[in-house]
Design a protein. Structure first.
Length: 371
């Protein structure tokens, strides 16, 4: 049973997140036929320009649900087999025994054992880099770096394995989804961005959503402030950024309204077949970047609320931008929200993020919106 739909309380919850230290936050909550949109705080700390609910925003790994849906659309068409080895499709990128053992399914649900390329890419692409060199300065250094997708995949495949191949818990890795992009390009004969746009974004009627090829966010948007666990103080804006470092693993720009529309259609079986949707909703435990274990399907996270309600969706983070979109199992309640500050927690002596008032305020908002 979800909470009573109360727009005034939802707005107060947004204001509380802002007062806890979040520059700006905006959201859309849907309850059956009722829709509420709200915002609190600023899009630009220097000018005081306010955030608004219709703003476009980088939504990070929510992109993975779109990419997974595009792959499952190809499963529906018969061009991809979930249980075929990736080496069957992309032998040059995942050669030998690993290519023969890692299946498409293992890539989409993060049980492939392939390491995330990101720390290696952001330290160096010359020789085999040292991931410890990934620093706040490297964000500035790579703001306009155009990364090659196959080079990034090679970094992840060459790195020491993360987790056990095919075993659980899986380990969350962007390398898996860059391989899915290459698979899409192979079977569609077009770029992954074009395939996802044609088969998912346009079919769902998402007019504020795109996979960018440039560095800008077009249209009304908030600046994206990155704090890097207190090491960037004051936080700096990284809304202008070349997203080739992640591509269609985390580069999507969208709106909270579009996210709710997409997940509503997806979970109603209107984007992919019912059988493919059932595959998406078969979860395994996966260790996320923050060390927490999540229930993860094929590009879908399962969230069980304290009151027992089940929600499906995804969270996402990029430099300075964060988002979350969740839809109840019966489709009657939805919440999508976006924030314009990331890694606000400072680290303790062991390197673990310390609690911050923003954490509790976001948790209270989620509990209120989803019940």
């Amino acid at each position: 049973m979800t909470n009573t739909f109360d727009p005034a309380k939802l707005q107060t919850a947004l204001e509380t997140v802002h007062q806890a230290g979040m520059p700006g936050i905006f959201a859309e909550v849907r309850d059956n036929n009722e829709t509420w949109r709200g915002a609190a705080g600023v899009a630009d700390l220097a000018t005081g320009r306010p955030v608004t609910p219709d703003m476009r925003h980088r939504v990070g790994s929510i992109t993975k649900t779109f990419t997974a849906a595009a792959v499952l659309h190809q499963v529906d068409l018969g061009t991809v087999d979930l249980d075929a080895p990736i080496g069957h499709y992309l032998p040059q990128l995942v050669p030998g025994e690993r290519g023969a053992a890692i299946t498409v399914r293992m890539l989409i649900n993060h049980t492939s054992g392939l390491t995330d390329f990101l720390p290696y890419a952001y330290s160096s692409l010359a020789g085999f880099p040292d991931p410890a060199k990934m620093t706040p300065e490297s964000l500035d250094d790579n703001r306009f770096t155009r990364f090659d997708r196959t080079e990034l995949i090679e970094l992840g495949v060459s790195a020491p394995a993360a987790g056990t191949l095919g075993g659980t818990p899986g380990v969350y890795s962007n390398t898996n989804y860059l391989l899915m992009c290459q698979l899409l390009e192979l079977v569609t004969g077009t770029s992954a961005e074009q395939a996802i746009t044609r088969d998912i974004i346009e079919r769902a009627g998402l007019h504020g959503t795109e996979l960018p090829l440039g560095t800008e966010i077009h249209g009304p948007h908030a600046l994206h402030y990155e704090a890097w666990f207190g090491m960037i103080d004051p936080p700096r804006d990284f809304s202008v950024f070349d997203m080739s470092w992640t591509g269609p693993a985390a580069s999507l720009i969208s709106t909270v309204a579009d996210l709710n529309r997409f997940f509503g259609l997806l979970l109603a079986g209107e984007i992919i077949s019912e059988s493919s949707l059932a595959q998406m909703q078969h979860t395994v435990p996966v260790i996320a970047f923050d060390g927490k274990t999540i229930d993860y399907g094929l590009g879908l996270q399962k969230l069980t609320m304290p009151g027992g309600g089940t929600y499906w969706g995804h969270e996402g983070s990029v430099w300075g931008g964060g988002a979350m979109s969740m839809t109840s199992a019966d489709g009657t309640r939805q919440m999508s929200m976006a924030v314009n500050l990331q890694r606000w927690n400072r680290l303790d002596a062991t390197g673990r993020p310390q609690p911050h008032p923003i954490d509790a305020a976001l948790q209270a908002l989620t509990q209120l919106a989803l019940g």
